[in-house]
Design a protein around this ligand. Sequence first.
Ligand code: PEP
Ligand code: MN
Length: 352
Amino acid sequence: MLIVMKPSATAREVDAVVAVIETIGFRAHPMPGATRTAIGITGNQGPIDGRRFENLTGVAEVIRVTKPYKLITLDLRPEKTVVQIDGASIGGSELAIIAGPCAIENREQAFAVAEAVQQSGARFFRGGVWKPRTSPYAFQGLGEKGWEIMAEIRDAFGLKIVTEALELPHVDLIERYGDVIQIGARNMQNFSLLRRAGRSKLPVLLKRGMAATLEEWLLAAEYIMAEGNYNVILCERGVRTFAQHTRNTLDLASVPAIRRISHLPVIVDPSHGTGSAYMVTPLARAGVAVGADGLMIEVHNRPELALSDGAQALRPSEYAQLIAEVRAIREATVPLANNSDQQFQVDALAHR
Ligand code: PEP
Ligand code: MN
C-alpha cells in the first residue's frame, strides 16, 4: 500500500500518517518528492484496509500496490533517485564512473591504476579486497591487508572506495574504511547480506545475479530498501545465456526496462558483461547510449600479470580513451527522465 500526500501536506501531517502506520505494527517509508510526499508501507503480509487512511488530513490518495515490489517503484517516487556520496553522485546529470582493478593485489598496482582513474576525472575507485572466485584455489583477495592500501588511496587521490562485501562482517569494515558497499552477482539473493546492507548508512551497489530476471533483481533491491536504506544503485553485468563469444550476455535492454519501473539509478559493467578487453569499449559506448547513469570498468596497469580477470582489464591508455568517448556520447544523449516521459514519446510516435 502506498499513501500519496497532497502537495500542500505539511510535515506534521506526514508524521501523523507515519504514526498510524507504526501503531498498527507496520513500517512507514516516507519518500519526499519534488511535488508531493508518498509513504510506502511494508511489513504487512496480506492486504491492509486502506480506508483507515483516506480521511487523515493531508492524504490525497491511497493506492493498493499489485506489483511484488513497492519501494523501488516510480509510483512511490516519480523523480529519479540521485545517490549522493560526499560530493560525488550517481543518478544525476553527471555520468558516474567507477573504475579500478578487479582485485587489489599490491600497493604498486593499486596506486598505478588509481592514478589513471583519478586523471580520467572519475570519482569512484573499485577494487576487490575479498574476491568471490569460482575455484577455491584461485586468488581470494588480500583481505584486511587490502584495506591498508585502499585507505591510502582514498587519502592520496580523494577517490570514493567501492568494494564488495561477501559476508556480513565485511559490511562493518566497508562502513569503517569505504564509501559504497558492492553486492556481487553471486550474492544477489543472499538475503541476510541484503538486509545487513539495508541497515547501513552507506549506498549499496547491487549487481544483477547471473541468472536473475529483472523482477528478482528488483526484489533484491527491495530487500535493501525495506530495511530503510534507499540509496541503492543497480548494476547490469550480464546474465548467462547459450552465447559462447562472451563471458556473459550484457542485457542492455534492462536499462530502459528498469527506467520504466524504478526511480533507482542503473549503471552498466561491460567488463564482466563481456569478459574480453576488446569488447569493453564498444559495450561501454552502448551502455551510455541506452541511458545508463554510469559505468563500472576494470583497469589494470599490467593486465598480463593480473591475479584475476586480466583478460577483461583495460590498460590505462585504453581506459582514458574510453572515458573520453563515453563522455561525448553522454553529451549527445537526451536522458530519459522517467516513465511518463518515455510513455509520452511512445504515444507520440504511435500517433504520427
Ligand atoms: C567484480 O565486480 O569484481 C565482480 C566479482 O563482479 P560480479 O559480481 O558481477 O561477477
Ligand atoms: Mn572482476
